[in-house]
Design a protein around this ligand. Structure first.
Ligand SMILES: [Zn+2]
Ligand SMILES: [Zn+2]
Length: 631
């Protein structure tokens, strides 16, 4: 999955309980005779997906109950969303009507068991037909949308599974509105309406687009077919053809790193929403769902799309196949807990950027500038001193776009495993390259992980080959491949919050990290948002800060600062004062007007720049060339 690059901080400080590494036991039973899903959409403007599930039973199921369950969350996004909240009109009947026939099936009494589960008695029937509607009006890799323009679904948000039968083969038939065409990462023809899936998990791993006006462009790399499906809600500015060509360059760069991918065909499903709020990227086994907020014709959107493509396609290997142990098959009754998301998402962030460089779509300067920005985000975040990469991963259900009705202190206590993992990946890569004098890299480590823990590892479940890794596996494999003892690195920088050894890492490739005071120093310990330019509001007050000392609170509306009305230039107003000076300030809190004095502290925000190290050796420059080019 992808998050907004600006979203560097988020997540709680929690007391973490060590997880058992024991595999989750799934209560699978002998398969039912058949499970068939039917999806229709007779009233798109109502945003209601109509789902029916026909279950054929063996005799042993007579006079028992069958349970149907809506997942609480969906793979790739770790926050719990409780998709059952959008289910309505659940009904059940005994028996299954043969295709094309008209039947009157007897209604069955439905019992709602809990927030996500419905139970239906089979009585004497050898089959059950259930139906329900699901409301979906979010264009997103996690949710689903049905409206007058299209249907775009993530199966986890609309399809219930039969409890204890997630491993059974399933069939899906889609009845599209007249003139709408259906496509997904497992389509074998353009007029296809029925799909067979090995199991429910694979079905929900197949996001699908249904609309009258998407476009499809194709290319081949090393004998594999790639499809770029674009549904755009506005002009592409004539850039579609070159976008497809550049996506091919990314595919070539990433397959050059990993070797041949384990599929024959792969589909990029891309939306240009043009609504300025829908934006997402979600990885799947043979496809990705990418939603950009703008239009391809918008400034910057072209490069942003390539960035998302580079990230999501890297997930073909890192996370969809080489994955943390806990990621698949899943228990959808509670959130997934894994320590490895700084590898799964963070390393994918790092390599997503590096692959753009290796594909020739980003020059050295822009690549280093991007990483400098990530360093600034992490090193300026107060949560960096409190939350380790592993804790951040375990906190994913709270920080991965989770909605919070309760006020939290996440801005001050948490970091995201995306940028943190990105920096761990880069620094670890450079340390391995430097200490082995260019003989070994993180590329070698990742390839070895993929081989050992995916390709050559026996199936641990019905879901997918391989057993998944624990973070200890990365430490072991990295040490084995490089011959280095990395215990200290993992203990200090991954399981603890110690700052990464940037100087050593960049030194190997003739670069250095320069830290300088931000031009407009943040020395008040607060951030301010200007959603309404007339009423700036305090967005966050850092713990133990000047703002907290002055008694300011999140949500306070600033009336004036230093005797002037508060505007976007509030920081330059503060810059006119010196450390230790007192700045008068008036805020409104609910119906109260409060006057405070901010006694300014030391600058708390810094800029970071990765620059050429003077006198860098030819050896270091050569190592840098190998790193950036992958050769
Ligand atoms: Zn991702
Ligand atoms: Zn669409």
């Amino acid at each position: 999955m992808r998050v907004s690059p600006t979203r560097l901080v988020y997540g709680p400080l929690v007391v973490l309980v060590a997880l058992s590494f024991a595999q989750v036991v799934f209560g699978q039973q002998a398969p039912l005779r058949s499970i068939k899903y039917n999806l229709s959409m007779s009233r798109p403007t109502a945003h209601l997906f109509e789902v029916s599930i026909e279950v054929q039973l063996t005799d042993e199921w007579k006079n028992k109950d069958i349970q149907f369950q809506m997942p609480k969350w969906s793979p790739g996004r770790y926050a719990v969303f409780d998709f059952a909240k959008n289910v309505q009109e659940f009904q059940a009947a005994g028996g299954v009507c043969p295709t094309g026939a008209k039947c009157k099936l007897a209604a069955r009494k439905v019992t709602r068991v809990d927030d996500q589960t419905w139970s239906v008695p089979t009585e004497s029937s050898n089959g059950l037909t259930i139906s329900y509607k699901v409301f979906g009006n979010d264009l997103s890799g996690t949710f689903s949308q049905l409206d007058e323009r299209h249907a775009n679904f993530n199966g986890g948000s609309i399809f219930m599974y039969v409890v204890d039968h997630k491993a059974d083969p399933v069939q899906l038939t889609i009845e599209a509105p007249a003139g709408w065409r259906t496509i997904n990462g497992r389509s074998t023809s353009l007029d296809q309406s029925t799909w067979q899936f090995e199991n429910w998990d694979i079905m929900i791993d197949t996001p699908t687009e249904i609309a009258p006006d998407w476009t499809k462009d194709d290319f081949n790399v090393d004998g594999k077919k790639y499809h770029v499906v674009i549904h755009s809600f506005g002009s592409d500015g004539g850039k579609r053809a070159s976008l497809v060509k550049d996506i091919e360059k990314i595919v070539r760069a990433e397959t050059a790193l990993w070797g041949p991918p384990e599929f024959d065909e792969y589909t990029f499903l891309i939306h240009f929403a043009g609504d300025d709020h829908s934006g997402d990227g979600m990885e799947h086994l043979t496809s990705t769902q990418i939603i950009e907020t703008g239009l391809l014709s918008d400034p910057g959107m072209y490069d942003e799309t390539l960035g998302t493509v580079a990230h999501e396609f890297f997930h073909v290997w890192n996370v969809k196949r080489l994955r943390p142990f806990e990621l698949g098959p899943w228990d959808f009754t509670k959130p997934a807990n894994t320590r490895g998301l700084w590898i799964a998402e963070g390393f994918t962030n790092y390599y997503g950027h590096l692959m753009l460089r290796r594909a020739g779509l980003l020059d050295d300067l822009k690549f280093l500038r991007r990483e400098s920005g990530t360093i600034a985000g992490i090193e300026n975040a107060p949560g960096s001193h409190l939350m380790s990469a592993e804790e951040s991963s375990l906190s994913a259900p709270f920080i991965d776009d989770a909605p919070h009705a309760q006020n939290t202190n996440l801005e001050n206590t948490a970091i995201s495993y995306y940028p943190k993992g990105e920096l761990i990946g880069m620094v670890l890569d450079l340390i391995i390259r430097g200490r082995t004098k260019g003989k070994v890299s993180l590329d070698d480590v990742m390839r070895k992980m993929y081989e050992e823990l995916y390709l050559k590892s026996p199936n641990n479940s019905y879901y997918l080959r391989g057993r998944g890794y624990h973070t200890e596996d990365l430490q072991r494999v990295a040490s084995e491949v490089s011959g280095l003892d990395l215990t200290e690195f993992f203990d200090r920088h991954i399981r603890s919050v110690e700052m990464l050894p940037y100087a050593e890492a960049f030194g190997y490739v003739g670069l250095q990290l320069v830290k300088s005071q931000a031009k407009e120093p943040f020395n008040a310990g607060m951030s301010v948002q200007f959603d309404d330019p007339r009423t700036p509001v305090i967005e966050n007050v850092q713990n133990n800060s000047v703002a907290e000392n002055a008694g300011l609170q999140k949500g306070d509306a600033i009336v004036d600062l230093g005797g002037k009305p508060a505007t976007n230039g509030w920081r330059s107003t503060l810059a006119g004062y010196k450390t230790g000076q007192s700045v008068p300030m008036t805020v409104k809190r609910d119906r109260r007007t409060i006057k405070v004095n901010l006694v300014l502290g030391e600058p708390e925000r810094y800029e970071y720049k990765i620059i050429e190290k003077s006198g860098a050796s030819a050896e270091a420059k050569a190592l840098r060339g190998m790193w950036l080019s992958g050769k």
